[in-house]
Structures are given as structure tokens and as C-alpha cells.
Design a protein around this ligand. Structure first.
Ligand code: LLP
Length: 432
């Protein structure tokens, strides 16, 4: 469960009224709960305590330096996908030795940087990449630790745009080819075969796909361990979260409710997977992003206009698809609540941003309390793949971000000054 709840009729993040943050820092504004981040990390970490394991937060979901620092302080490692992300880990005080470097397109410069920084493992997605890492390591007179990403060809029952573990996807190496790849990799002198990795997709809300994938690859993993003295098996991330109305239910015993209903919880995940994962005796890595950060953040926005047309009630807000692209991109559902609870009838509304695109919409025909100019709304569960996917489309500056801890709060990213949007640009000489 998360730490955004109504106290009286006001939405609070932990001990701070979200309305007061909107007033102080303006909107659009991302607000993160440190306690929720901590709680989610620890729930997973503790559920897996009987296993030798390392949780590597998938920082692509939220890479704010303060968020990373919260997790680094809890002992988290990081799943990174670029040299930029590794630099963020270092800037946040995280440990490169607890980083796994994934991604299908690692450049020579990125491999060099990660090798020098001493990452725990490169999660390799193709044979040409193995060759490249070996060459770069030879040039630097280093041994590169690697794991090959197995594509288990298991359907993850999630949105097509976030499925990764089938042969339709560009990720990993086909299950059937893995042993041959390890045999060839073992001949490359500057590689150390340290582990094996897989990831089947994102926002998976049942344990069964994880279980099926683990069961499918386990005999292979056990053979590889015996042959190459592997040290770890990363089972990737992908644990789904609840996006559907949570605040509406106001249920404080959410974890118990979730356990009773068919909702994925860390305990269920651990209970089903640990018996499978223990016997091979490998260190188990996890790469959860959304599970830790998703429900730990909200996007706060102000109503600019309410526009009624013959058919529709448009609530036009000051946040847009450039701030939170998930609804436009994946048809994703984000619960929307006013910061001040309103009684009375609801009205079917479309909450839309000011961008000149029809897809700049956060919801369609959703029953919402009647709101007017100057009211504030919160889009919930926006802590993962929210700010990190933001752009400056329509020359809209990147939003500010605030971290809350109990009754304390602080800006963890200033609102982008508008001129910074074009700071790297120039009018070329021949135009002057
Ligand atoms: N490990 C690997 C290799 C991944 O590719 C991903 C996510 C993760 C871990 C973390 O997955 P998570 O635990 O957060 O589900 N932008 C999309 C999600 C893209 C996920 C990409 N890979 C969204 O907003 O739903």
C-alpha cells in the first residue's frame, strides 16, 4: 500500500498536505513518498530473505537522485540500461559494483565506462555484443563479468508494448540457442561467465507467468552453473502493481486485502518462486522497477478550464502527455482524485492536457467529482515511468519533483527554467 491518503477531506502524502505542496511549488508537480519507496523495497527484500539475493532497482522507472539515494541507503543495487544511468547511480552515491547493465545496444564507450566503474555484470542480449564486450575488455586489460539474457519465449499476459519474453521481441537470446552461446562465450578470454538472466515483461499481476518462466529455464540454468561455475541467476523485474481505484476504497489493510484477492504481493511471489530458486544454490537477482516506485509517486495538476461541449465535459489541466505519457502511449489507467474531496454527484469527464494532440488525454468519460478552475487533481501511481518518460514537447518545461518523508518535504528536482529547453541550440551561422 502507499502513503497517499485522505485525512479529513484533504489528500496527504505521509504527513504533508499535497495541496500545500502544490501551492508552494506550483504544478505540474511530481510528489514522491520516501516511506512508500522504503516499504516496497523492504517488503520484497524481506520476503526473499531466506535466499541469497540482491534487489537491483530498475532505475529506468524513476531515476531521480533522491529516489536512488533512498534505495542505495537500503542496500539496493541497480538495473541500468545506459552509461547515463550509471552516472546517475554514481552521482546519487550508489555502488557501481551492485549494478547490472542491460540493453540491446550498448556502445563501445558505454562498455568502457561500465567496465572501468566495475559493474557487477553485463546482461548480454546478442552474440555480437559478447564479441564487443570481449574486445573492449581486452583493450582495457580487464575481465568483463557477463550474463546472457535468456528469452524464455513465455507470454507474460501484459500490454503488448511491455512484453519482452517472447520471440516477437528484440530482447535476449532464444532459449534453444543459449547453451551454444555459453560454449562460445567460454572461449572468449576476457569474459567471465558470472550468471544468467531473464526478464519476461512488465506490469505482470499474477505469479504464474514468472513461475512458468522459471520452471522452463531452471534445468538449463542448473546445467550452465555446473559447467561454468556461475554465481547468479537474475529473474528480472516485471512485478505488477494496482492501478485501479485504491484511494476510493480507503482500505488501510491493503496488503491483507490484496493477499485475499488475486493480487500479486511480495509474499506470494516469494512463496511461489523460492522453492524453485533455492535448489540451484545461485545468488538470485531481481530487477523490479514499477513495484518499488509506481505507487510511491503522484502527479499533481491544476484545473485551468472546464469546457462543456454537446457530448463531453472536458477538464483541461496544466499537466499533459509530455509530463506523463502512459495513458497516451499504453492506454494506461491512472486513478484521478481531487486534492480536496468533494461530495455530490459525479460527472463523466475527459481530463485532458493543453498539448495539440488528441491523444493528450488522461482519461475518457470517467465519472469524476465536479471540479472547476483552480481546483487541483492528482494522478496516482505515477512514480514509475512518469517523470523519466517526460519530454519538453510543445516547449513545456519538465515538471518539478518533491520528496516527502514524514512531515518533511524538499524539492528533489527544480522545475526546468523555460530557457533551458533550448539551451543547447543555436541559430546557425549562415542564418545570421
Ligand atoms: N529488467 C529489465 C531487463 C527490463 O527491461 C525492465 C523493464 C525491468 C527490469 C523493470 O520492469 P518493471 O519491474 O518496472 O516492470 N514504460 C513502460 C514499462 C517499460 C518497462 C521496460 N523494461 C510502462 O510505463 O509501463
Amino acid at each position: 500500500m502507499h502513503d497517499f491518503r485522505f485525512v479529513g477531506n484533504k489528500l496527504f502524502c505521509e504527513g504533508v498536505s499535497v495541496g500545500s505542496l502544490a501551492k508552494k511549488f506550483g504544478t505540474p508537480l511530481y510528489v514522491y513518498s520516501q516511506h512508500t519507496l522504503t516499504d516496497h523495497f523492504q517488503k520484497l527484500d524481506r520476503a526473499l530473505a531466506p535466499l541469497d539475493h540482491l534487489v537491483c532497482f530498475a532505475m529506468k522507472s524513476n531515476s531521480n537522485l533522491s529516489v536512488l539515494r533512498v534505495l542505495a541507503n537500503l542496500g539496493s543495487g541497480f538495473d541500468i540500461v545506459s552509461a547515463g544511468e550509471l552516472q546517475r547511480v554514481i552521482a546519487a552515491g550508489g555502488d557501481p559494483c551492485k549494478c547490472v547493465f542491460a540493453g540491446v545496444g550498448k556502445t563501445v564507450a558505454e562498455i568502457e565506462f561500465a567496465l572501468k566503474a566495475g559493474v557487477y555484470s553485463f546482461n548480454v542480449e546478442s552474440e555480437p555484443e559478447l564479441q564487443r564486450i570481449n574486445q573492449v575488455a581486452a583493450k582495457l586489460k580487464k575481465i568483463a563479468p557477463i550474463a546472457v539474457r535468456i528469452n524464455p519465449n513465455v507470454a507474460a499476459k501484459t500490454h503488448a508494448k511491455i512484453t519482452t519474453g517472447t520471440y516477437e521481441n528484440k530482447f535476449g537470446i532464444a532459449f534453444e540457442e543459449i547453451e551454444g552461446v555459453y560454449a562460445r562465450a567460454a572461449k572468449l578470454k576476457n569474459l567471465r561467465l558470472r550468471g544468467v538472466q531473464m526478464h519476461i515483461g512488465s506490469q505482470i499481476t499474477e505469479t504464474t507467468p514468472f513461475e512458468l518462466a522459471v520452471k522452463k529455464v531452471l534445468p538449463l540454468v542448473t546445467r550452465l552453473k555446473a559447467k561454468y561455475a556461475l554465481e547468479f541467476f537474475s529473474i528480472g523485474g516485471g512485478l505488477g502493481i494496482v492501478y485501479d481505484p485504491m484511494l476510493a476504497s480507503g482500505d488501510p489493510a491493503w496488503w491483507q486485502t490484496a493477499a485475499a484477492k488475486n493480487i500479486l504481493t511480495p509474499q506470494k511471489y516469494a512463496d511461489r518462486l523460492m522453492p524453485l530458486l533455492k535448489p540451484p544454490g545461485l545468488k538470485i537477482l531481481l530487477e523490479p522497477g514499477r513495484f518499488i516506485s509506481g505507487n510511491a509517486g503522484i502527479l499533481v495538476t491544476r484545473v485551468e478550464y472546464v469546457k462543456r461541449t454537446g457530448k463531453k465535459n472536458f477538464v483541461i489541466v496544466d499537466a499533459a502527455m509530455n509530463d506523463l505519457i502512459r495513458p497516451a502511449f499504453y492506454d494506461a489507467y491512472h486513478e484521478i482524485v481531487p486534492l480536496t474531496k468533494k461530495g455530490g454527484a459525479t460527472l463523466k469527464s475527459d481530463v485532458v492536457g493543453p498539448i495539440c494532440e488528441s491523444s493528450d488525454s488522461f482519461c475518457k468519460d470517467r465519472p469524476l467529482p465536479k471540479v472547476g478552475e483552480g481546483d487541483h487533481l492528482a494522478l496516482l501511481s505515477a512514480g514509475a515511468y512518469g517523470f523519466v518518460m517526460a519530454s519538453t514537447y510543445n516547449a513545456r518545461p519538465l515538471a518539478a519533483e518533491v520528496l516527502v518523508n514524514g512531515k518533511k518535504f524538499a524539492v528533489c528536482r527544480e522545475r526546468q527554467p523555460v530557457k533551458e529547453i533550448w539551451a543547447g541550440e543555436k541559430v546557425v551561422a549562415w542564418l545570421k
